[in-house]
Design a protein around this ligand. Sequence first.
Ligand code: COA
Length: 181
Amino acid sequence: MIITQARLEDIDSILELHKKYHVNTVSEEDKPDGFITTDFTPEQLKGLIGEDGITIIKDGDSVLGYAMAASWQFWSEWPFFANMIKLLPDNSFEGTVLDMENSYQYGPITLDKSIRGTGMFEKLFNASLKNMSKRYPIMVTFINQINDRSYVAHTEKVPMEVISTFVFNNNDYYMLACPTK
Ligand SMILES: CC(C)(COP(=O)(O)OP(=O)(O)OC[C@H]1O[C@@H](n2cnc3c(N)ncnc32)[C@H](O)[C@@H]1OP(=O)(O)O)[C@@H](O)C(=O)NCCC(=O)NCCS
C-alpha cells in the first residue's frame, strides 16, 4: 500500500470508494462507522486533482482511502462551503481570525472499512496536511455531530480542535482547526 497524490487515472476508483460511504448510498450496516456528505462530479474531481488536492491510499490500482483538501476559492461553488466561508471571520484559531488566505478546507476523508483502525487514517491525514503546509498555516474542517467515529479519530488520533459549532440544512456540525506545521 502506498500514500500518494491522486492522478486523473485514479478518478474512477475514487468515485467507487466515495459511493460506498456517501450518506445517500452507504449501507445501513456501515453508516454507524461514519459517512461523507459532499458530492463530487468527475469534473470537480479533475479540478481538485489539478489543485494537487487529493491524497490517496493505493493498493495496486485500487484506491482504499482518500483525503481531499483545497482552497476555499475552490470549494466556494458548494453551498455548504459558501456557508462555511461566511462563518470564517467569526472564527479564530490560536489568536488568528480565519480567512480564505490563512486557511484551507480539508475533507472529506474516507477509508475503506478493510483498513480502518490500522493507523492508516493518521498516515493519510498527515500526508495531506504536509502537502498543504507549503501553502497555508491553518487547516479547517467540519464534522457532522452524529459522526462519532470521525469525531473521535480527528480529536484523539490527530490534533484537531473544535473551534465552534454551526447548523446547515437542519444538521449540526463542529468546525475544527489545526496548525499545518
Ligand atoms: C472517519 C475515518 C476516516 C476514521 O478512520 P479510522 O481508521 O476508522 O479511525 P480509527 O479507527 O483509527 O479511529 C477511530 C476511533 O473511534 C472509535 N470509534 C469507532 N466507532 C465509534 C463510535 N460509534 N463512537 C465513538 N468512537 C468510535 C474507534 O474505536 C477508534 O478509537 P480506538 O482506536 O481508540 O479504538 C473512517 O472511519 C471512515 O472513513 N469513515 C467513513 C467516512 C467518514 O466518516 N469520513 C469522515 C467524514 S467527516
